[in-house]
Design a protein around this ligand. Structure first.
Ligand code: NAP
Length: 266
């Protein structure tokens, strides 16, 4: 690693918000590693940033695969000796709602983040920043108190949160998610879980001497393939808060959700 080099990983950085976040982090001086399922798309995105004078690389990454995440970790260790920022941006919003949609959505948007973060946190250097790209749809105000209170509980543990997310998928398969109080949106539930996960990682890292901060960003409704052409925000606007969270100082936020650089409830 070159002296003073700071390395940021952006999952799903080949297009949309991920590419916007990668561009802003490149401008902030990071060497950006674009994680992309499609290697050619990742290389093209990195090439686009390099053409603008930014330092960017691409590496294959499927957040649903232990092997793929392990290969990225090995690359970061050998090429850069670790990393300084992780943007958990990769996500899906599928059409329809059934057990398979619920399973795949949670596997990418929630368990994919767990897989990547758990694997890369040991490689993170002091002062590192983890950012979850969440959504306003991850708000819990429509949930019954029994679910909402647990998601927000200060004693919510890893096993309980993962069991809640698996329980949602099982309830969708059994046709009981509605009576259990869950909405008929796998995407919303995945982002509720992601917000709770953000607070949970912050608690888990409380005694870590590296002073790593973990926060989530709600980018607003953004014109990407997911957001559609009619969304009010540009990629640049949507990428601002997630990119900024990778650069905040100690004490600026821990385990919280931000929108437009301001802490918000969820
Ligand atoms: P997008 O244009 O559809 O991009 C999604 C990105 O995630 C793509 O790079 C995609 O890769 C990648 N991805 C999906 N599954 C993956 C996997 N298993 N492994 C690795 N990468 C994977 O959507 P976007 O709008 O930029 O969304 C980015 C994030 O912002 C998501 O987490 C989304 O939930 C969140 N968000 C978006 C909006 C909005 O209005 N757009 C609002 C709130 C939150 P491929 O190119 O290979 O498909």
């Amino acid at each position: 690693m070159a002296k003073d080099e700071r390395v940021a990983v952006v999952t799903g950085g080949n297009r949309g918000l991920g590419l916007g976040i990668a561009r802003q982090l490149g401008k902030a001086g990071f060497v950006v590693v674009i994680g992309s399922r499609d290697e050619a798309a990742g290389k093209a995105a990195a090439g686009e940033l390099a053409a603008a004078g930014l330092r960017a690389e691409a590496h294959a990454l499927d957040v649903t695969s232990d092997e793929s995440v392990g290969e990225l970790a090995a690359y970061l260790e050998s090429a850069h000796g670790g990393l300084d920022a992780l943007e958990n941006n990769a996500g899906i919003a599928m059409d329809g709602f059934d057990a398979e949609v619920a399973r795949r959505t949670l596997e990418t948007n929630f368990f994919g983040v767990v897989r990547v973060t758990d694997r890369l946190l040991p490689l993170m250097r002091a002062g590192g920043r983890v950012v979850m790209v969440s959504s306003g749809l991850g708000g819990t105000s429509g949930l019954p108190a029994s679910l909402r209170d647990r998601l927000h509980a200060a004693d919510l543990g890893r096993a309980e949160l993962e069991a809640m997310m698996r329980g949602f998928v099982e309830a969708v398969a059994a046709g009981t998610h509605d009576e259990k109080g869950w909405p008929s949106s796998a995407y919303s539930v995945s982002k509720m879980g992601l917000n709770a996960l953000t607070a949970l990682y912050a608690r888990e890292l409380a005694e870590d001497p590296r002073r790593i901060l973990v926060n989530a960003a709600c980018p607003g409704w953004v014109r990407t393939r997911m957001g559609g052409a009619g969304a009010p925000r540009s990629v640049e606007e949507g990428a601002d808060t997630p990119a900024w969270l990778a650069t905040i100082g100690d004490g600026a936020g821990q385990g919280q959700v931000f929108r437009d650089r301001l802490q918000v409830g969820w």
